[in-house]
Design a protein around this ligand. Structure first.
Ligand code: AP5
Ligand code: ZN
Length: 213
């Protein structure tokens, strides 16, 4: 299957991705994770992306389209993929259609993580991540066994630089202005499944599984 996960910051895309990935053996491409890795490694891409990311604004379409175009060439992505955080503008959605058309395939489903803005601040400010695996925890909703420590590796957890209430405001603004039109774009193709993303994680997983049967 070829899937797109779309939803505002903190709606649960990164939380559900590994579960979908394991169940369907798909490759998981998260542009936010790839960009954060590039920023940490100070690659030319990371240097260009850093300022926009720190301010909660979108990185330019050209940069992210380039990342996805490269990533889709990986052998592990040929049978299917989950795009998490891409496309985020209508231009990106159109470019994705072109890339897939060249490969003779198309998007099967768009999972829309629908949720009220009011819930997101608590989710975002309580999030802790394990940088190398991308595993995420929440101090209240999904706490690690030992605070600040990854359950699997015993390594320290960190908070994302853009996970503050102030930067969240810009990220939400970008979502409503630039990404909501992407949902309309796919609604016209009748491939959007709306999820109740405010429910507990396990219940969201059940909704995802129902959509993907
Ligand atoms: P990105 O990394 O994609 O961030 P985002 O879209 O803001 O999404 P998040 O990762 O914050 O949320 P999520 O939905 O994955 O939430 P999670 O599951 O972790 O992008 C970052 C930046 O990169 C952008 O601002 C932009 O600058 C740039 N960028 C990336 N892609 C781009 C693109 N295509 N074009 C241009 N620029 C791009 O959950 C959050 C927390 O809540 C966790 O702590 C989790 O444990 C908890 N939680 C999850 N689900 C539940 C639940 N059901 N109930 C209770 N708690 C829950
Ligand atoms: Zn995420």
């Amino acid at each position: 299957k070829r899937l797109i996960l779309v939803g505002p910051p903190g709606s649960g895309k990164g939380t559900q991705s590994p579960i979908i990935k394991d169940e369907y053996c798909l490759c998981h491409l998260a542009t936010g994770d790839m960009l954060r890795a590039a920023v940490a490694a100070k690659t030319p891409l990371g240097i260009k992306a850093k300022e926009a990311m720190d301010n909660g604004q979108l990185v330019s379409d050209d940069l992210v389209v380039g990342i996805i175009d490269d990533a889709l060439k990986k052998p592990s992505c040929q049978k299917g993929f989950i795009l998490d955080g891409f496309p985020r503008t209508v231009v990106q959605a159109e470019k994705l259609d072109e890339m897939l058309a060249r490969r003779g395939v198309k998007v099967d489903k768009v999972l829309n993580f629908a949720i009220d803005d009011a819930i997101l601040e608590e989710r975002i400010t309580g999030r802790w991540i394990h940088p190398s695996s991308g595993r995420s925890y929440h101090s209240k909703f999904a706490p690690p066994k030992v605070p600040g420590i990854d359950d699997v590796t015993g390594e320290p957890l960190i908070q994302r630089k853009d996970d503050t209430a102030a930067v969240l405001k810009s990220r939400l603004e970008a979502f409503h202005k630039q990404t909501e039109p992407v949902i309309d774009y796919y609604n016209k193709k009748n491939i959007v499944a709306n999820l109740h993303a405010e429910k507990p994680p396990q219940e969201v997983t059940v909704e995802v599984q129902k959509v993907l049967v």
